[in-house]
Design a protein around this ligand. Sequence first.
Ligand code: FO1
Length: 322
Amino acid sequence: VIVVLCGGFGAARFVEGLSGTAQALCCIVNVADDFDYVGLRVCPDLDSVLYALAGAFDEERGWGPRGDSLVANAALARYGDSWFHLGDKDLALSLKRTALLREGRRLSEVTAVLAAAWELTATILPVTDDRIGTALRTADGWCSFQDYVVRQQGRSALVDVAYEGAASSSPAAGVLEAIERADVLVIAPSNPISSIAPILAVPGVRRAVAERRRPNVAVSPVVVGAEPVTEAERSRLVLRRVLMEATGRAHRPAAVAEMYGDLIDGFVVDRRDERAEAADVVELGLPVLAADLLAPRGAARHELCADVVGFAATLPLIHGAA
Ligand code: FO1
């Protein structure tokens, strides 16, 4: 079994490449940017992973299923509630999720029901069933993640980041077991501050990753040597840079490797960054694989994912040694 720690957009491309390969797949997903929108529970990262595994994710737009319409969103504009562009099909998913949650079911159970409706073979686990939230602080005070990123369009400078509720949350059933048992654990190329850090902030998760006696690898979300192509890529890059800089880090692959340093046995950088970045990662004591992280959908992406898993399998265990 391969376990992947996932955010949304960055992880979506990666898990799509992993699905359909020989090994079973379990995605442990961030929920700290979930929020309530017009009375509905919206879970952007769970949904991006679900659509990606179903082969339906709209990569161009960066969220939701391909070919979705915005009829309800346009109608909501009348009531001043259209800042979050939840498409019509996507709205249906959030409606169903909210209905099941109101019956008293846990988010992890609800996610399993939704994944089954899409006939997925991979497992999708929210890291916790509890409500946790990334909070961002600007000069005007604290605000929620979606408020800052989508409603305010990330206009003001960030000075701090916090994971509300994380310290008192518990991992969802199956999360720690999946981490313990996985043959390979991959930290997806997701935002280290807003996607991976909240997963690791759920009590027990970081320790379970550190105590594994099988390889852990991380894939760089940062590619320095290529310009973003789509608006979705550009906005994720800007958000990642702002969050990394606000927390005192450079926006570089080596800085991401350093963040995960005590948890991983190897790090994957884009081949365009090999010359500029690999030496600094090796300096941290980590073996490096250079691969085409921008591989387009289809065979190239499956190959990338197979290479990452193959690389992990060759690594001597160095994590948790400190
Ligand atoms: N991101 C945006 O920048 N604007 C949107 O209108 C928007 C709508 C949206 C709807 C459903 C969904 O699952 C995700 C959506 N996202 C949108 C992306 C989401 O907010 C991401 O969590 C953040 O943009 C950070 O990656």
